[in-house]
Design a binder for this molecule. Structure first.
Ligand code: ADP
Ligand code: 5GP
Length: 246
């Protein structure tokens, strides 16, 4: 049986990589597609592990050669998923997880409508700013301009949440990890009839609670905080002038 295709998207700094890395510790049989990118590696990143790092020239050549299943420009750099990742997962019968931005997700969904898509939201812009700053600090480069750029971009990305089947609000990490795991197990159960043992009822309930249609209560405060509901949507996000360090 062919594996499932999962797509996960989130504004940068929401905690998507953290969630995916926790998921991989807890759930077997799911491969992670290593994307290609033209951005420079961050502190602890290794070529071939987090990303395949390459030059813009080579990336362009790969586009021309039709190597990519999808590709997009994000924050001035190119990112792309190779067709080979999908083909290998299909051959091996593994599930595949794509960590891609909203543009890439739209391209994949257009060709593979059965893909299971998950959108991760940060609880508030303030929390997102803190996470972006902490990550920069951990890498030894706090670039406030880059943090602000990613914050502004976050609101635009969140506007696309309706395109996704499941919504996670990454507030308490353990809860978000459990929800992500439940989504994967529930989808396996529904698609493949895969047993999820005695935990099954709870797992199915948790996953169902994350379906977009059932997420309005959790999503509304996030949209409000990002100024995406009603008239507040016209305002600039307030934290931009306030330089508090949370
Ligand atoms: P992304 O992959 O979405 O860009 P990361 O996984 O790199 O984000 O997370 C950004 C920062 O936020 C990291 O320093 C990470 O440790 C932290 N983080 C992630 N999830 C949580 C959470 N639920 N609570 C607190 N900090 C978190
Ligand atoms: P970062 O540079 O923080 O690792 O990633 C920036 C953004 O690029 C994130 O939204 C991430 O999901 C996205 N991204 C990573 N790999 C790919 C990819 O292969 N394709 C697309 N479209 N986006 C990607």
């Amino acid at each position: 049986m062919a594996g499932l295709l999962f797509i996960i998207s989130a504004p940068s700094g929401s905690g998507k990589s953290t969630l995916v890395s926790e998921l991989r510790k807890q759930v077997t049989g799911i491969e992670f597609a290593v994307s290609w990118t033209t951005r420079a590696p961050r502190g602890s990143e290794e070529d071939g592990r987090e990303y395949n790092f390459t030059t813009r020239e080579n990336f362009q050549r790969m586009i021309d050669d039709g190597v990519f299943l999808e590709h997009a420009e994000v924050f001035g750099n190119f990112y792309g998923t190779s067709r080979q990742s999908l083909e290998e997962a299909r051959t091996d019968g593994h599930d595949l997880l794509l960590d891609i931005d909203v543009q890439g997700a739209a391209q994949v969904r257009a060709n593979t409508p059965e893909a299971v898509s998950i959108f991760v939201m940060p609880p508030t812009p303030r929390v997102l700013r803190t996470r972006l700053r902490n990550r920069s600090r951990a890498e030894g480069v706090v670039n406030e301009e880059e943090v602000l750029r990613r914050l502004r971009e976050a609101s635009k990305e969140i506007e696309n949440y309706r395109e996704y089947g499941y919504i996670l609000v990454n507030d308490v990490l353990d809860r978000a990890v459990a929800q992500l795991e439940a989504i994967v197990l529930a989808e396996r159960f529904y698609r493949n009839g895969e047993a999820i043992a005695f935990r099954s009822r709870r797992v199915l309930e948790v996953a169902a609670g994350c379906l977009q249609a059932n997420s309005q209560e959790r999503v509304k405060p996030v949209l409000e905080a990002f100024g995406l509901l009603g008239t507040v949507g016209q305002q600039e996000l307030k934290f931009e002038e306030d330089s508090d360090d949370d």
